[in-house]
Design a protein around this ligand. Structure first.
Ligand code: NAD
Length: 316
């Protein structure tokens, strides 16, 4: 099964970083796309290159208010949500609302249309994990009243709601747990490590590493992630399925690689770690491999090269 089995998809949050890549991949596969976005943390610039393509519609819409899409829809990809720590710490109530009310509306749309529904969940549902690497069967270690709780719990609620729609209303649902992803169209100021490091390195400023930089992250190039998500959408499996790159890097190592890739003379400056910052993070991707035949293809050196090139070319 591949994604060409679908005719018309709705992508909420389609003008964001991941959403814009998904819209493009769907159009490339011949699937019509209705992109719904409030432009809260994304913007029309991310899909500007798609606006003239046949089958693409962009609509400004806050999905916590309403969702109405005329005509048939056979796939709903629910990606609307602030996603970077800077965004969700600045927008705590919007984050909880889109995970709750926004997910109700997106699920309602899928139910009305008889469409398959895919929820963009996150590795943050595992919190600061006590099991490593994290398989889908791990329930997580989340602090609901810590600063990150607004995002983590919003996604955990969205997972529960998605599951309830499946069991109660028979909606054909899927949940993907996305691990840190990077690539072109990230915002330089969104507070995530890679765009921050790239911006600092290109500007010749010190690269700010939190703590001693020995905490780890596993980072997936966006093209690989899109392939995995569309494979899950096409599969009919409910998930949750982890999609992420299992190669584990220290944050300090990431910073050093970025400085090298940018050809920069920046040094590293150590800054305090944010509260509840996870110590380790690595997906167990056995399920994605066995179920979807998916594994990442773009290695870190190549993905970083492409991303630095994009930041340099766009001056983002
Ligand atoms: P992003 O901020 O670039 O995109 C999110 C989009 O959702 C933005 O365009 C924003 O304007 C839109 N949005 C927010 N609230 C909305 C609302 N109420 N109605 C309509 N649109 C709304 O972030 P991203 O990195 O592309 O993340 C997309 C999704 O993937 C999020 O759900 C996020 O939780 C999930 N995710 C991303 C990562 C990652 O590494 N990028 C990791 C795990 C999960």
């Amino acid at each position: 099964m591949d994604v060409r089995r679908f005719s018309r998809a709705v992508v909420t949050g389609g003008a964001g970083f991941l959403g814009s890549h998904l819209c493009e991949a769907l159009l490339d596969a011949g699937v019509e796309v209705v992109c719904l976005d409030s432009f809260l943390t994304g913007g029309p610039g991310n899909v500007e290159h798609l606006t003239d393509r046949p089958g693409f519609t962009l609509r400004r819409c806050d999905i916590t208010e309403y969702v109405h899409v005329p005509g048939p829809v056979d796939l709903v990809l629910h990606f609307a949500s602030p996603a970077s720590p800077v965004d969700y710490l600045k927008l705590p109530l919007e984050t909880l609302k889109v995970g709750a009310t926004g997910t109700w509306h997106a699920l309602g749309l899928a139910k009305d249309k008889g469409a398959r529904f895919l929820l963009a969940s996150t590795s943050e549902t595992y919190g600061d994990p006590q099991v490593h690497p994290q398989p889908e069967t791990y329930w997580g270690h989340v602090n609901p009243v810590g600063p990150r709780g607004v995002y983590d719990e919003s996604k955990r609620y969205a997972e529960a709601l998605t599951t309830a729609y499946r069991t109660t209303h028979g909606v054909d649902t899927a949940i993907v747990r996305i691990f840190n992803t990077y690539g072109p169209r990230m915002r330089a100021a969104d507070g995530r490590a890679i765009p921050t490091f790239i911006r600092q390195a290109l500007a010749g400023e010190p690269v700010t590493v939190a703590g001693d930089g020995q905490q780890t992250r596993s980072i997936c190039y966006v093209d690989d992630l899109v392939v995995g998500i569309l494979a899950l959408a096409a599969s009919g499996h409910p998930g949750p399925v982890n999609i992420g790159n299992p190669e584990e890097l220290t944050v300090r190592g990431i910073a050093e690689d970025v400085i090298r890739a940018a050809g920069s003379r920046s040094g590293i400056r150590f800054v305090p770690r944010p509260q509840d910052d996870p110590q380790v993070r690595r997906p167990d991707t056995t399920l994605a491999q066995t179920l979807l035949g998916w594994k990442p293809e773009v290695d870190w050196a190549e993905g970083l090269r492409r991303t630095v090139e994009w930041f340099r070319a766009t001056g983002a």
